[in-house]
Design a protein. Structure first.
Length: 132
């Protein structure tokens, strides 16, 4: 829903957006860095095929629907850019935080022993799993 007012003109309504024929792909790698695994996004692609916006409301909504073609492609592009930024920056940061915060030593309960599982080799990546 939206509500806007400028000087003596006010308007309100709602906006619906839909996307179809959308696909994405990601290529990533894991490497061993300083006794921890490191995740890197090598490439990411989001393709939004059909993107449509419908604006509902009063006269101004009707007017915006007439000119929405001027800004629909910009919104579609911004969605793709923000998704790419989220994958390259945020996803990478969060996954690497998991690896970095890992202690690599697991104490065996009720004993004086512990298991050290510090990585010693690169992970093995296949089409259906990642083996650390």
């Amino acid at each position: 829903d939206y509500r806007a007012k400028y000087l003596f003109i006010s308007t309100h309504g709602s906006i619906d957006a839909s996307a179809s024929s959308t696909s994405s792909s990601i290529q990533a790698s894991f490497t061993l860095v300083d006794d921890h695994y490191h995740f890197t996004v090598n490439s990411f692609n989001l393709n939004i095929g059909d993107f449509n916006i419908n604006i509902h409301g009063d006269f101004f909504a009707w007017l915006l629907n007439l000119i929405k073609g001027l800004f629909t492609s910009k919104i579609k592009s911004e969605i793709q850019d923000q998704a790419s930024k989220a994958v390259y920056d945020d996803l990478t940061k969060e996954i690497n935080k998991l690896f970095t915060n890992e202690t690599n030593v697991f104490p065996v309960p009720k004993t004086n022993f512990s298991v050290d599982y510090t990585p010693t080799a690169q992970p093995n990546v296949t089409s259906d799993r990642i083996q650390f």
